[in-house]
Design a protein. Sequence first.
Length: 284
Amino acid sequence: MVLNTPAKLNLLLKIKGKSGSFHNLHSLVCFVDIFDEIDILPTESNEITVESKLGLGKDDLVYRAADTLQKFYGYNGGAKIRVKKSIPAGAGLGGASSDAAASIKALNKLWELNLPKHDLVKVALICGSDLPLFFEDSTLILMGGRGERIKPLNLFSMLYFVIVYPGIQVSTKSAYNWYDRLTTGKTATIKHLPAVIDFDALSRIIQNDLQLPVAFMVEPVQKAIEALSAAAGGSPVFMTGSGSSVVGMFENKKKMEECFKNLKMEAGWNCFTTHSIKLSEKFC
């Protein structure tokens, strides 16, 4: 089974304190037309193998997801999983979470477990806070808590993005540690969002509580913010997730292309132009 697994963007990321070692989040997420590719083959042995250029072995989130599903339900077979990466790692684009969620969905079919969605989401949440997002059939997701509170929303129209990956990975753990050290922890909550959201409404609420501490600690992120802001013509510019990618959001393709044309890139940076998608359009 071959799957395309999409990247995500955090249009809003608010931190609402901590529960033990976990940060409670209030986040608004959309999915975009940038994909990894996963090829999954079931095996008769109970061994799970993951082939990826990241070379993480059993530390790969895809392996952990498959292993957790296998052990949670006592399945005796295994799988060979090949991951072809196009989404940069450590970029705040959710590539690892998307790949892992797709693996859980696919193995539920290939192993003929026939588990309902809520059981798969339980497995996903064990592996990571972002994984439950990828089980929703929507253009926009409001997420709360550790990722266990999910509310599907919809975009009024397609959004367009210029994404700058400044050639450096930022670990999620480091980003949250910097937030704890460098901020007061005070944050506001978006109390109400309509079921269908347009560009203007999104532009007013875009914010990422991790952006200031990460940009302060990681100079290439700050440089990418400055470069993209200079090219974006007043359209919103923000860091996604825990970084390092920086995003410009546009209401039409023409403005996106103008930004891309005017953007002054530095050596080692990668740039993507893309648009919002509904998860079910291209995803397992």
